[in-house]
Design a protein. Structure first.
Lengths: 387, 291
């Protein structure tokens, strides 16, 4: 069915099973009225709220004049391609490194054995690296830093769920006990169960405005590293968003395994790269559209911004409070904290601070290491402003 | 079983449910194709209500499964009656292991009950249950059967009419959605909302009903944290009736806003000037003299 193919091309996942279902449905519902026809197709082909608009438009154009749609698509296609091909924001140093590949070792994955053998050497190298700012980093150092991040396995706190798993001690599991007896175990040993644990989800909100551009790319790598953990079992569910003048969800883009490809696709997707900041407006958008979907009461929010807000500080304070009330803790990573004697003078920073559980510097590897330690620490250490 | 979309719509209307054409289509298809109906939408737009209306329309009992975090098989599908099993072991020495897991020891919960007799199965607020539970639903939704390891497969006597609702606090897995017909339940337009109001709050004076609907339609255009749903419209009308209000005036609106808006920030925003603006706007639209 041509229409289904058009929808698929437009980015809606319409499988063959859905096409078959729609044909079945049309046999039942009949073809008399256009409105019913549309409603039938909609019920069969849509499975996400986001796709409704897309479907409406495609339907409208398609059933008026299929030729027109083809023309419209043809017209749109070069534009869409042009947008894809548009140069991503410059990544100077790494690009330079890539253009003049005199250091071939940088692209190879790190060898585990090598690290074990001369552990001291690599440790000291890491130490030196750890004090560097991301602002002045060559391709090799960048690669090394990324490796450090990738190796960092932050263990997050776990919360009990209401599901149960078999355990040595705990509540009596009657079903397992009886089944064991039924199998003929004469010794009436009780079986037990206890609540299963779940790792609390994490929401990353990263500022990518002009003042943050140098750090934000590194922080995207952090977000990517968090979203694609080496070991899935104890990894939290991570939701990522970036914002400048508007909020962009990037969770799906970061699902891409290769960190460079993932970060590149983010940089293409984001329209307001290195622009201004509208912190309050973006938080408002997050609170309104996303908070109730991604924030559970035990979630941790990782807010990465310098807090330099051009807009209304009162509105920011309000939105920050709302954010604070919707999650378990808000951790603010602030690159400005690197400067000795940093004082919260800017209105935006003063508006944010009261709502933040923890305020941490995030300008080099040492403080990202600090972050890893913090995120893995039990909740008791983060207690000063807890609910 | 209604024979066409029109019959479905008319049938639902007779049960006191004003369905949009699209919803009637989806419901009709769900009945005819024996597919679950998956409803998403803002809270208070009548998602749960349609299951009740369908159950009344078809004359089948409604089996409701309210989802919550940690909902598991034991409380959703079936559970073994362990106390009774223990008792039987004690009293009857000749009891064999196989006899222990017989149907008579089975306590059916919502899902199993829906399969055992013709019914309308409402799986309410599926987004509240955790993801592992969805996987358990797959077998029920596509094959209308439940596999009990100790007993075997239990097939539905007659496939139940399944209605699943979600408030979209999280995305439901595609595997579940794939098996369903999808419909997004939107806020109704003014005309339909008035129709709903007439049907559900028959005592309301026509003029008041019109004002209420216009006021709420105006509210939905504002940038509020939580927009009032149809449920709130109905509640508000009832509240106003209780107060013997004949038309909306700033004083009444002020004192009853808590019925409509459930966030203090939203109330603070609407109170005073915003409410007055909406009121004057609806006055000019209705062209009625007043205040």
């Amino acid at each position: 069915m041509h229409f289904a193919r058009v929808l698929r091309e437009a980015g809606m996942p319409v499988g063959t099973d859905r096409v078959r279902l729609s044909l079945q449905a049309l046999q039942v519902a009949g073809l008399e009225s256009r409105a019913d026809f549309r409603a039938t197709l909609a019920a069969c082909m849509i499975d996400r709220a986001e796709h409704r608009l897309l479907f409406e438009q495609a339907f409208h154009i398609f059933w008026r004049d299929p030729e027109l749609l083809a023309r419209v698509m043809a017209m749109l296609l070069p534009q869409a391609e042009a947008r894809v091909n548009a140069p991503p924001p410059p990544e100077n140093r790494r690009l330079a490194g890539a253009l003049f590949p005199h250091a071939p070792a940088a692209t190879e994955p790190p060898q585990e054995q090598q690290i074990e053998i001369d552990a001291r050497l690599s440790w000291s190298e890491q130490e030196k690296l750890a004090q560097r700012d991301f602002e002045t980093m060559t391709a090799e150092e960048w690669a090394e830093a990324r490796r450090v991040l990738a190796r960092m396995k932050p263990l997050f706190e776990t919360r009990p769920t209401r599901r149960h798993a078999r355990a040595a001690r705990g509540r009596v599991d009657w079903r397992a006990t009886l089944r064991a007896q039924g199998r003929g175990d004469e010794v009436a040993a009780l079986r037990f169960q206890r609540p299963r644990e779940r790792v609390a989800p994490l929401v990353v909100l990263a500022d990518i405005s002009g003042s943050m551009s140098r750090y934000s790319r590194m922080l995207l790598h952090l977000a990517h590293g968090l979203s694609n953990p080496a070991e899935k079992r104890h990894a939290p569910k991570v939701w990522s968003f970036v914002f400048g003048t508007r909020l962009t969800p990037i969770t799906r883009l970061l699902k891409q395994r290769d960190p460079d490809l993932a970060v590149a696709s983010v940089s293409r997707r984001v329209a307001d790269w290195s622009g201004g900041t509208r912190l309050a407006a973006c938080l408002h958008e997050f609170n309104r559209l996303w908070a109730r979907r991604v924030l559970t009461s035990d979630a941790t929010v990782l807010l990465v911004t310098d807090g330099l807000e051009h807009g209304d500080a009162a509105a920011l304070a309000f939105e920050a409070q709302r954010l604070r009330l919707a999650c378990r803790r808000v951790i603010w990573l602030n690159p400005l904290l690197r400067f000795e004697g940093f004082e919260p003078k800017a209105a935006g920073i003063r508006a944010l601070l009261p709502q933040v559980t923890l305020h941490l510097p995030a300008h080099n590897l040492a403080s990202l290491g600090q972050l890893a330690a913090l995120l893995s620490a039990p909740s008791t250490t983060s207690g000063d402003k807890k609910r | 079983m209604p024979g066409s979309i029109d019959e479905t719509a008319a049938g639902l209307l007779a049960q006191g449910y004003v369905a949009q054409r699209e919803l009637a289509t989806a419901a009709f298809l769900a009945l005819r194709l024996q597919r679950p109906l998956f409803l998403e939408g803002e809270p208070g737009t009548g998602k749960t209500e349609i299951a009740k209306s369908l159950s009344a329309l078809l004359g089948k009992p409604l089996v409701r499964l309210q989802c919550y975090e940690g909902l598991d098989q034991n409380s959703a599908a079936y559970e073994w009656n362990y106390a009774r099993q223990m008792l039987e072991i004690k009293t009857d020495a000749g009891l064999k292991a196989d006899d222990l897991f017989a149907p008579r020891f089975l306590i059916p919960r919502a899902l199993l009950r829906a399969l055992q007799s013709p019914s309308v199965l409402l799986i309410d607020e599926l987004d509240r249950a955790d993801e592992p539970f969805e996987a358990f639903l797959l077998e029920v939704l596509s094959e209308y059967q439940i596999t009990i390891p100790e007993l075997g497969v239990i097939q539905a006597v007659e496939p139940p009419v399944v209605v699943i609702t979600s408030n979209r606090t999280r995305e439901i897995h595609d595997a579940v959605k794939r098996r369903c017909l999808y419909h997004w339940v939107d806020f109704p337009d003014a005309k339909r909302e008035l129709e709903i109001l007439r049907l559900r709050v028959p005592g309301a004076p026509e003029a008041l009903a019109r004002q209420i609907v216009l006021f709420i339609q105006g509210l939905r255009k504002l940038d509020l944290y939580k927009l009032p749903g149809v449920a709130e419209t109905i509640e508000w009308s009832r509240a106003l009736l209780e107060l013997n209000a004949l038309e909306l005036d700033p004083q009444t609106v002020q004192s009853t806003l808590g019925v409509l808006l459930k966030y203090q920030d939203d109330i603070a925003k609407v109170q005073g000037s915003e409410a007055a603006r909406l009121l004057s706007q609806l006055r000019s639209e209705l062209g009625s003299p007043g205040g």
